[in-house]
Design a protein around this ligand. Structure first.
Ligand SMILES: Cc1ncc(COP(=O)(O)O)c(C=O)c1O
Length: 354
């Protein structure tokens, strides 16, 4: 099976397994796990932030960040295509009493600045509105085909947020994909936000874990929320050891995933009935459209029978993600498998609709 469902299916590398086997351990809730401490220090240094805290997942990293920034009755200004809004079970609302305020997302993953400006409700003496508590960005943007948000755009959001004294949180689950795609230092991105959530278990291939970075006060509050959420783990250096390998050895190779995604996109775009602009693929996520939801579902099923696993991604969309376990040969084979699947379901058909 060529598994293109997600870069979360990556397995730890031999170097990670070796590091895990020999990791020095301690009780991390007492700050006594030297490997976790090393990972947190590394993440803080790389991103130019004062501090970092290791959390079990990206979802918990985002949730702990939002709860550390904002309080009950405050708004989370978030893109209507954001992972935080779509796929994190409404945690900030359910568990923290925050109110999601969705902002329309452009296809390139950005939020229009005028819409954002209009959405910021003041915390002054008009007591009607729920005041803005935090603004969220996502880079790269999952539901927008892995689009990269340029640091210059992030700077504009930062200026807007500063005018209103609202912190900006970055869901940087795949921030290092943006870093290698634009060949810009990670600090070009992180300098514009108050906090970042970085996943180790996507393209970087660690088995689990995320880091959240920010200033010391923020990280201290996030650490308390992590405990509240049950995310205070003990001898978790066993996972942090893999995380150190992820941050030091796995970032540069993300360019291979991007090249493979382009290869895949170019192949898929040539197939009848598939709607896809390969030029829109900037990183490791390829989203393509079928004419309707029924055909998308049929193609998903037929592709599985042909040994290619993609992922249904809403309405008529399917998603394919390249990662450490996928070679150029796999991408070519996947295109062939999907071509056979299209024959099985009887494409081509009427033009696709967006
Ligand atoms: C953009 C983005 N943010 C956050 C997450 C959540 O990460 P986790 O699955 O570790 O909870 C994901 C997971 O796919 C993601 O794509």
């Amino acid at each position: 099976m060529i598994d293109l469902r997600s870069d979360t299916v990556t397995l730890p590398t031999p170097a990670m397994i070796e590091a895990m086997a020999s990791a020095e351990l301690g009780d991390d809730v007492f700050h006594e796990d030297p490997t976790v401490n090393r990972l947190e220090q590394l993440a803080a240094e790389m991103t130019g932030k004062a501090a970092a805290v290791f959390v079990p997942s990206g979802t918990m990293g985002n949730l702990a960040s939002l709860l550390a920034h904002a309080g009950r009755g405050q708004e989370v200004l978030v893109g209507d295509e954001a992972h935080i809004y779509h796929y994190e079970a409404g945690g900030a609302s359910a568990l923290g009493g925050l109110v999601y305020h969705p902002i329309p997302t452009r296809p390139d993953g950005t939020l229009p600045l005028d819409a954002l400006e209009a959405a910021v409700r003041p915390s002054g003496r008009d007591y009607h509105a729920a005041p803005a508590g935090v603004i969220c960005l996502e880079n790269t943007h999952n539901r927008c085909s892995g689009a990269v948000l340029a640091p210059e755009y992030m700077a504009e959001v930062a200026a807007l947020a500063a005018r209103h004294e609202v912190p900006v949180h970055l869901d940087g689950a795949r921030l290092f994909n943006a870093v290698v795609a634009l060949k810009r230092p990670v600090t070009d991105f992180t300098r514009h936000v108050s906090s970042v959530q970085l996943c180790l278990s996507k393209g970087l291939a660690a088995p689990a874990g995320s880091l959240i970075v920010g200033d010391a006060g923020f990280v201290d509050r996030a650490r308390r929320v992590r405990k509240m959420l049950g995310g205070g783990m003990r001898q978790v250096g066993i996972l942090a050891a893999a995380g150190i390998v992820a941050l030091t050895k796995m970032v540069d190779r993300l360019v291979e995933d991007h090249a493979h995604a382009r290869l895949l996109a170019e192949g898929l775009a040539r197939l009848p009935g598939v709607d896809l602009d390969p030029a829109a693929v900037q990183t490791n996520i390829v989203i393509f459209r079928m004419p309707d939801a029924e055909r998308a579902r049929a193609l998903w099923e037929a592709a599985k029978r042909e040994g290619v696993c993609v992922w249904p991604f809403g309405a008529n969309r399917l998603r394919a993600v390249t990662h450490h376990g996928i070679t150029a040969g796999d991408c070519r084979a996947a295109v062939e498998g999907i071509a056979r699947a299209l024959e099985q379901i009887g494409s081509p058909v009427a033009p696709t609709s967006r």
